[in-house]
Design a protein around this ligand. Structure first.
Ligand code: SF4
Length: 313
């Protein structure tokens, strides 16, 4: 399988009055073509920042980003413009990510107009096609986003993201603002689009059940670092990192005969501002030993394509 996106030791730090916030702190990942990598972790773990750095909405502090085997870490503005055709993003809140004063067709047509490569009739045809692809009836063409429900608004965002035929899309919590029944429709739509167009996805969510449904591989993030990475099947069968185990124990199981042994995560959260050496999960980890508080665990392969950052392995 070809690698679509790769990062090496990718970092994004933000200066704050209290010190340097290590939002993303040395992430290595690979996303294979036509596959989905799910990134899961609590809110504030750096997963959204990671997505924005990868598609270059934010500059990285250090490390490398490769797209189609090309180093795109420090590309020029002109090169970045071309890259924008290939990389897009779908945001969590479809209402705030679309212009409320524009109609559905204007919103979807916007990237096509900005690209300055299409005439009016080509844009009209493409908007019609995109509305069909994402399951939006053509009668909504002249409708404003506030007149539609959350699911249809998210379909507009997806249509707009697909307008220029991107080969890679970062989906940042695209279903968390939606009702559960609509969540399933949008997830199925994304899966269908991947089958139809071979799009590669980075799918960010705090919800492991959602990530499991859509992802081929999963990366678990904790305070800016990747603590576990493997195939979805392997993660559910054989979770290794204590944080992953705790997250999985909290996923509800629809079986009244199944007794759920939930692992509660207790203890102080390490500050992402100038974090001390050692494992960032140590203050909350029931297996922590002295070494965990001063020696940072390096992520390493423990089995076939199963990576974990923990001194237990
Ligand atoms: Fe727990 Fe130590 Fe492993 Fe960190 S390195 S997860 S503190 S056992």
């Amino acid at each position: 399988m070809n690698i679509k996106v790769e990062t090496q030791n990718l970092k994004k730090h933000f200066p704050t009055p209290a010190g340097t916030l290590h939002a993303v702190d040395g992430v290595n990942l690979k996303i294979f073509e036509k596959q989905t990598l799910g990134v899961v972790g609590e809110s504030g773990c750096g997963k959204s920042t990671l997505g924005r750095v990868i598609i270059k909405l934010l500059d990285s502090t250090a490390g490398k980003i490769y797209f189609d085997n090309q180093d795109v870490t420090n590309i020029s503005k002109d090169e970045l413009k071309k890259l924008r055709w290939k990389m897009q993003m779908i945001f969590q809140d479809p209402y705030s990510s679309v212009n409320p004063r524009m109609t559905v067709s204007q919103i979807i047509a916007e990237p096509l107009k900005i690209a300055k490569k299409f005439n009016k009739s080509e844009i009209d045809t493409r908007v019609d096609d995109l509305m069909k692809i994402v399951g939006l009836d053509s009668r909504y063409r002249m409708t404003y986003p506030h007149e539609l429900d959350g699911g249809r608004r998210q379909r507009i965002s997806i249509a707009r993201a697909l307008a220029l035929n991107p080969s890679f899309v970062v989906c940042d919590e695209p279903v968390s603002a939606l009702d559960v029944s609509i969540q399933a429709q949008i997830l199925n739509l994304l899966k269908d689009l991947q089958d139809q167009f071979g799009t590669t996805f980075l799918f960010i969510s705090h919800n492991l059940a959602v990530v499991k449904y859509i992802s081929h591989y999963i990366m678990v993030m904790y305070l800016g670092v990747s603590v576990e990475q493997c195939s979805t099947e392997e993660l559910y069968k054989n979770p290794l990192h204590p944080y992953t185990k705790a997250l999985l124990s909290a996923v509800p199981i629809a079986d009244i005969h199944h007794q759920q042994n939930r692992i509660a995560i207790k203890g102080e959260l390490t500050s992402p501002i100038n974090p001390p050496a050692g494992c960032r999960f140590a203050p909350r980890c029931e297996y922590a030993v002295e070494r965990c508080f001063h020696e940072t665990p390096v992520i390493k392969e423990t089995g076939k394509e199963h990576f974990v950052a923990c001194h237990l392995y």
